[in-house]
Write a protein that binds this ligand. Sequence first.
Ligand code: PLP
Length: 365
Amino acid sequence: MIPFLDLKSINLRQREAFHAAFDRVLDSGWLILGKETETFEREFAQYCGARHAVGVANGLEALHLVLRAWGIGPGDEVLVPSNTYIATWLAVTYTGAKPVPVEPDEGTYNIDPARVAAAITPRTRAIVAVHLYGQTAQMESLMALARRHGLKVLEDAAQAHGARINGRRAGSLGDAAGFSFYPGKNLGALGDAGAVTTNDDALADQLRVLRNYGSRLKYHNEIIGYNSRLDELQSAFLREKLPLLDADNAHRAEIAAYYNRELKGIEGLILPAVASGCDPVWHLYVIRHHQRDRVANALAQASIGTMIHYPIPPHAQPAYRSLEIPVGAMPIAERIHEQVLSLPIGPTMSVADADTVVRALRAAI
Ligand SMILES: *Cc1c(COP(=O)(O)O)cnc(C)c1O
């Protein structure tokens, strides 16, 4: 039995450290917006190579609050990938702006800068660049394009903690970045958590007000804010996990390299492509096959867990019927969603297990 991701074994590695972190918070008597969160924010900002990190409730809120802080709202358009997790689109929708899907590069699955350029209208205010599956988007092209058109670029770095492009880390590449610490992410809390990173002092300040009821001083409310805070306990757990992130990512890269080597040349199987200069963190190892469901079933028969990221693109979800984007309008995203399959990968998975996956996959195809 090879699970898709063995979260339990990942977290059990640090049982004692988590217990000590829990005691630290309990003994402090302080549970929201205190020293643990402040310290984690400093440590995570430094890790990403950004000036600021602001802890928030989850990854979706990280994206939403940045768009809010930029004053994006009704009548505005925000360019988003057609093949992302729905949270990217929801963050835009919450502001009242319209998510406008742009098709990806079919090799890397990341948003295609040439298609982004073609989608810009006078209403466009921002681009959300998702670093999908753990590989950074083409940030240099996107930033250059954004500067020419006066647009903001928000990184959706929920799958890319530690990913690099030309040596620079996700979270330091755009005008701001939203991170999720959902348990299954490369850096995951023991519950929901998120953060924004940015080099913009004024934005960081605004986010600290927005996440806390629009308040700087208790019971004084400057603006209509939210309750979207990262709590002390999750911050303390994240502080214990952050020092393991690079080694965990390196282990994922080792599994990915094994898959790359052993699965190369199998007829009909498309392996993930890495763009030049990119150092992905392999949040997911995603293959494609035109008989995806048959392959997934064969792996399930061999007790190997797989997942599909994602089975239905956002524009085809009932939730987004009102956008009236017809099926067939996003052919690349639709094809990707029909063919992708995520293989097991994670920091506690052994190369021997990866070999079992490879054998089962060879037998299935
Ligand atoms: C997980 C994820 C999010 C949302 O993060 P939550 O913490 O679950 O709200 C946003 N975008 C992408 C690409 C994600 O994978």
